[in-house]
Design a protein around this ligand. Structure first.
Ligand code: ATR
Length: 269
């Protein structure tokens, strides 16, 4: 029987997950179907339960339901618990397991697609909202040193850093003067509003990587980074890698991501 999966969101029509998982399924010859489900804003739980009732095996969760999925899950993986959000649901005998593959996807993209080890690297995360929190545990696991979180509202960065304990510090943008980093990841939503971040000169060490979690657009952050001579990457690789991690959770095997990423890049151009 064909196994059913879906991405649930609001909106969801723009989601690339059906395309990505369709390519993964074809590549690995898995008998599965993956669809997009638009849930009403007050109908997330009902949409999940209905999908379980028709035999669904798992779901991806996108905006704005990741926190609601966190609350719905019967059990949570450590990385989902740390993220405070769930992007992957797996259904087993009527129980809902909540996972979060965003951070692992980001780490895989930096390590495998961009070829950079995080160990010992000076890592700066910009932002202290859900996108940054979602990736913190897997990033910490790679052993960057130091790992600094800078946020417009400094307090939020300090609180988040404290929660994750040793190895993470928090500050405001104003505290970045005089510092430089090997890898700078933008997890703010400023790029969506086309707003530039107040980054001091010298922030990008020579040969630094500038990474924007947003994909498919030249954000002001990436424009600033390119002008400073940094190597630039958008979040398309993270999108494909988090999907591969979800596929691994569901099917027990990890598809090859390079050909899928290449195809998506061509389709976006
Ligand atoms: P997400 O789930 O996408 O992370 P969020 O939880 O609302 O969304 O967090 C948005 C992040 O982008 C926050 O870190 C926010 O900074 P504040 O905590 O100071 O609000 C940051 N952000 C949004 N717009 C920004 C801007 N114009 N300049 C700088 N930071 C911005």
């Amino acid at each position: 029987m064909t196994d059913r999966y879906a991405v649930v969101g609001h909106p969801v029509a723009h989601s690339k997950s059906p395309r990505i998982h369709g390519l993964f399924a074809a590549q690995t010859r898995q008998d599965m179907r993956y669809e997009a489900l638009l849930a009403p804003l007050d109908g997330f739980v009902a949409t999940v339960r209905d999908f379980m009732a028709v035999g669904g095996r798992g779901m991806n969760v996108t905006v704005p339901f990741k926190e609601e999925a966190f609350r719905l899950a019967d059990t949570l993986t450590p990385r989902a618990r740390a993220a405070g959000a769930v992007n992957t649901l797996a259904f087993h005998e009527g129980r809902i397991i909540g996972d979060n593959t965003d951070g692992a996807g980001l780490v895989a993209d930096i390590r495998d697609n961009l070829g950079l080890a995080l160990k010992g690297k000076r890592l700066l995360l910009l932002g202290a909202g859900g996108a940054v929190r979602g990736c913190l545990l897997p990033l910490l696991g790679e052993g960057p040193s130091p790992l600094l979180i800078a946020n417009r509202t400094a307090d939020k960065a300090l609180v988040l850093a404290r929660e994750f304990g040793a190895g993470v510090a928090g500050c405001g943008f104003g505290d970045l003067a005089g510092l430089s980093f090997d890898i700078i990841i933008n997890g703010t939503s400023a790029g969506l509003a086309e707003v530039a971040l107040p980054l001091p000169p010298g922030l990008f060490a020579p040969g630094a990587l500038a990474y924007d979690m947003v994909y498919g657009r030249q954000t002001p952050f990436l424009t600033q980074a390119a002008a400073a001579g940094a190597r630039c990457a958008d979040g398309l690789g993270m999108l494909v890698e988090q999907a591969a991690e979800a596929f691994l959770v569901w099917r027990g095997l990890r598809p090859e991501t390079a050909p899928v990423l290449k195809l998506l890049r061509q389709e976006l151009a």
